[in-house]
Design a protein around this ligand. Structure first.
Ligand code: 26Q
Length: 836
């Protein structure tokens, strides 16, 4: 597809005054049939569910489109409302179909229509690929934010990248992770709308040159660049039954025509094609690391591509209405940076205002530092982004100049604040000195923003006390907390129809847009009839989860057993290893005959390892080897099962969290910024076993001590323990732990693969193990034991389960978005819209 320059013409009123489409089963069925036969050209010989899925998407899309237009018009009124832009390298959207039906309020008529046509909704839904444009928590959070903003009618636009390949598909071969490319757009994507008319030009490389401007000031040109086009693809984000449809604008890279022409005319076809590929490579693939920065040039290209395209797009819309008058720009715009990944936007906005719009430094800085806001998602030092100055100079020379200037002016401020404190200046500099100079992106984000937030109370506190302490001392007023959430539309109403029905019948439908209303369930925890219905719903969901597990891992779960689940990215700090050690302990107890009063348990572990993360991959292999031994031991039987679920993703979580009894949130305290899976489990009535880390602390505060299994060192104790940690001593002093270690050391789980788990044993027993796994093992065993005993009293467990759901109101992204809006964005929600 080539980008055509389109002729401008004014759309007539017949285009803006279309009669609204019917939302009833009859209108839907009739559109569906027309799309199937006329638009898609299929007939009675077509049995592929895929075309029926497409016909349904087209039917719903029309209904989204008309609301989308109305919403845009409303935002444009009075010269445009104040808006926020969520800049993120990741939007982990998952599937769109059932969410669109739910939010449009047509799930019942669609089911009815399909029923009458003899089609199964489930089969059609399965045709959609997940939009896996993210790694994990940070990317899914962005997706939940979009849903809540649309539901609150907040004028927020998401800006991201349209990767041709999303998060890799994970297969398991011989127990090891194997990655396969995720070509999710292979059969097209009917949800997005290409908008070539809004393409932007992005510059790379070249050199800078100073010149004297007419007014005597110095100006800068960025010359001899090679340019790439950014083409927007818009995705509609429907609010919940409120007539609002917001926009997620994803940029795809396209070669400019010059690329082909220059080389092509010079006779080198291969070079022309090579250059084109280079340009289009920018948005080819999502980087699958979720916790370590990797310093690759292509990643920096992607980041700049996103920042520049999005800012140019906002400035284009601004100048269309206000010309070159930027006096109100900061009052009308706000950019939320999802971690440091889009932080080059700070320097890019300076460049655009100065070089393209002729503003001076001071005016540009005043605007920039009043529109940017930064969210941090991690305390792990290895995740803090740094880019080599050399790479910056090569790829983005003009931006490096600007960063140097920002730094020089900033360090003058530091010197004024702390006269003579050279140490402080070196510590706070945006440029890290050393063998190779590096730009510290988090510092650039803090200096360039008016707001800096963490994602849970503990995390924000640790940022102020530790990582960003110097900056906190300088600008305490910038720092704030915004505890994460999840959208209850997808994570309860959508994915748990049984619970949806029961809760709505009991307390009405208000919770779908006001999750605090779940508190009305609290008295029902003491109602035996209600508990019985609650358990029946959970049981049904466990059956559904057990079939997923069996289909994808081959392991058969007994649905009467306790379902004990840990799904999240594989990382040492999340301590899947601690979970496996506990499973080995249970196995050991069974084998040594200590199984009186036993609670049968099915343990599920799932998650992807970054392809270059050796230890995370070994932990997957260990899980699978342990599973093989335990699941095939007749003596163990139904007492204990363990499965590794391959290819964990949004769509899998939609089946997993409703069917879970026990949610494992067992990271080393102080390491998990927030966690959001923990909230999805809680909403769906799972009880948490967890450390005092991230949002677990707030979850426990909400639900109360008695409905949460707490264990382990606190963040502060972790830091103290590090100084004097002797895991071998702990192992020798505790026979349960010693026996687990002995099984591992004697190669019980790798009889024919000698030595493969030695690196794991080595970290566990090292006094320098950063994750202190052995330090928390005894406490974990004891907490697990309590959970097992509690589960034997099914009435008591049901109570805890109900209370978890009932007290999960705080963890709605509706609350999170209200807080961002009240304290950072200050947007006016739109009034009612037509076509609700
Ligand atoms: C950076 C540079 C180069 C390549 C990749 C990256 C990269 C990409 C993704 C670094 C980090 C991420 C993702 C981080 C993430 O998901 N963090 C999680 O964010 C959640 C939402 O706030 C929190 O709940 C989790 O605690 C946090 O781990």
């Amino acid at each position: 597809m080539s980008i055509k320059i389109l002729e401008k013409s004014t759309p007539a009123s017949w285009l803006t005054e279309l009669p609204p489409l019917g939302m009833d089963a009859k209108s839907i069925a009739s559109d569906f049939r027309r799309y199937f036969s006329h638009t898609l050209g299929r007939d009675r010989h077509t049995h592929y569910a895929h075309y029926m899925y497409e016909a349904l998407v087209l039917t719903l899309r029309d209904r989204l489109w008309e609301r989308w237009k109305n919403t845009r018009y409303a935002y444009e009124e009075d010269g445009g409302v104040r808006r926020a832009y969520y800049l993120s390298m990741e939007f982990l959207m998952g599937r769109a179909l059932s969410n669109a039906m739910l939010n449009l309020g047509v799930d019942e008529p669609v089911h009815k229509a399909l029923n009458e046509l003899g089609l199964s909704m489930e089969e059609l839904a399965e045709c959609e690929n997940d939009a896996g444009l993210g790694n994990g928590g940070l990317g899914r959070l962005a997706a939940c934010f979009m849903d809540s903003c649309a539901t609150l009618r907040l004028p927020v636009v998401g800006y991201g990248i349209r990767y041709a390949y999303g998060m890799f598909r994970q297969k398991i071969e011989n127990g090891y992770q194997v990655e396969e490319p995720d070509h999710w757009l292979r059969s097209g994507n009917l949800w997005d709308l290409e908008r070539p008319e809004y393409a932007q030009r992005i510059k790379f490389g070249g050199r800078t040159e100073g010149y004297l401007k007419a007014n005597g000031d110095m100006g800068w040109r960025w010359l001899d660049t090679y340019d790439v086009l950014a083409v927007p693809y818009d995705l509609p984000i429907p609010g919940y039954r409120n007539g609002a449809v917001n926009t997620l604008r994803l940029w795809g890279a396209k070669a400019t025509d010059e690329f082909d022409l220059e080389d092509f005319n010079a006779g080198s076809y291969d070079q022309a094609v090579g250059a084109k590929n280079m340009a289009e490579n920018i948005t080819m693939v999502l980087y699958p690391n979720d916790a370590t920065e990797n310093g690759k040039e292509l990643r920096l290209r992607q980041q700049y591509f996103l920042a520049s395209a999005s800012l140019q797009d906002v400035l284009r819309q601004w100048t269309r209405i206000h010309g070159e008058d930027f006096s109100e720009f900061a009052a009308k715009n706000c950019f939320q940076l999802n971690d440091t990944h889009p932080t080059i936007a700070v320097a890019e906005l300076m460049r655009l205002l100065m070089d393209e719009h002729d503003l001076g430094w001071d005016e540009s800085w005043k605007i920039t530092s009043n529109v940017m806001a930064y969210t941090n998602h991690t305390l792990l030092p290895e995740a803090l982004e740094r880019w080599s100055v050399r790479l910056f100079r090569q790829l983005l020379p003009r931006l490096l100049d600007i960063i140097y200037e920002i730094n020089a002016r900033f360090l003058t401020q530091v010197a004024t604040h702390w006269p003579g404190d050279m140490d402080r200046q070196a510590r706070m500099s945006l440029i890290e000195e050393g063998y190779e100079q590096q730009v510290r992106m988090a510092y650039l984000a803090i200096v360039g923003s008016f707001s800096v937030n963490g994602v849970a109370a503990l995390h924000s506190d640790l940022l102020q006390k530790g990582l960003f302490h110097d900056f906190y001392e300088m600008w305490p007023e910038k720092f704030n907390n915004k505890t994460n959430g999840v959208t209850q539309r997808r994570w309860m109403a959508g994915c748990n129809p049984g619970l949806n029905k029961l809760v709505t019948e009991t307390i009405g439908p208000g919770w779908v847009t006001n999750l605090d209303e779940l508190r009305k369930l609290i008295p029902y925890a003491d109602d035996a009839k209600f508990r019985a219905r609650w358990r029946a719903v959970k049981q049904e969901n466990k059956v559904r989860l057990a079939s997923l597990v069996e289909a994808d891992s081959g392991v058969v779960f007994n649905t009467k057993a306790m379902f004990d689940v840990q799904v999240k990215r594989m990382h040492e700090y999340k301590r899947q290893l601690l979970n496996i050690l506990h499973v080995i302990h249970l196995y050991d107890r069974i084998k040594r005959g200590d199984a009186a009063n036993w609670t049968p348990r099915c343990v599920l572990i799932g998650g992807k390892a970054a392809p270059g993360y050796y230890m995370a991959k070994q932990i997957i292999k260990l899980t699978n080897n342990v599973a093989k031994v335990i699941n095939n031991d007749v003596e163990v039987g139904d007492k204990l099962k363990i499965a590794f679920l391959p290819n964990y993703r949004v769509t899998a979580m939609e089946v997993i969290c409703p069917g879970t009894d026990l949610s494992e949130q067992i990271s080393t305290a102080g390491k998990e910024a927030s966690g959001t899976g923990n909230m999805k489990f809680m909403m769906n009535g799972a009880v948490t076993i967890g450390t005092l880390d991230g949002a677990n602390i707030e979850i426990r505060e909400e639900v109360g001590d008695d409905s949460f299994f707490l264990f382990g060192l606190t963040a502060q104790q972790v830091e103290e323990q590090r100084r004097d940690y002797n895991p071998v001593g702990i192992i020798h002093g505790d026979s349960d732990i010693a026996r687990v270690m002995h099984l591992l050391e004697s190669h019980h789980f790798n009889q024919f693969e000698q030595g493969i788990f030695d690196p794991i044993l080595h970290t566990l027993t090292s006094p320098h193990d950063p994750w202190l796994t052995i330090a928390d093992f005894r406490a974990f065993i004891d907490a697990q034991n309590q959970a097992a005993l509690a589960y034997q009293d099914q009435e008591k467990w049901a109570k805890m389960s109900i209370l978890n759901t009932a007290c999960s109101g705080k963890f709605s992204t509706d609350r999170t978005m209200r807080e961002y809006n009240a304290e950072i964005w200050k947007l006016q929600p739109l009034p009612e819209l037509p076509l609700v």
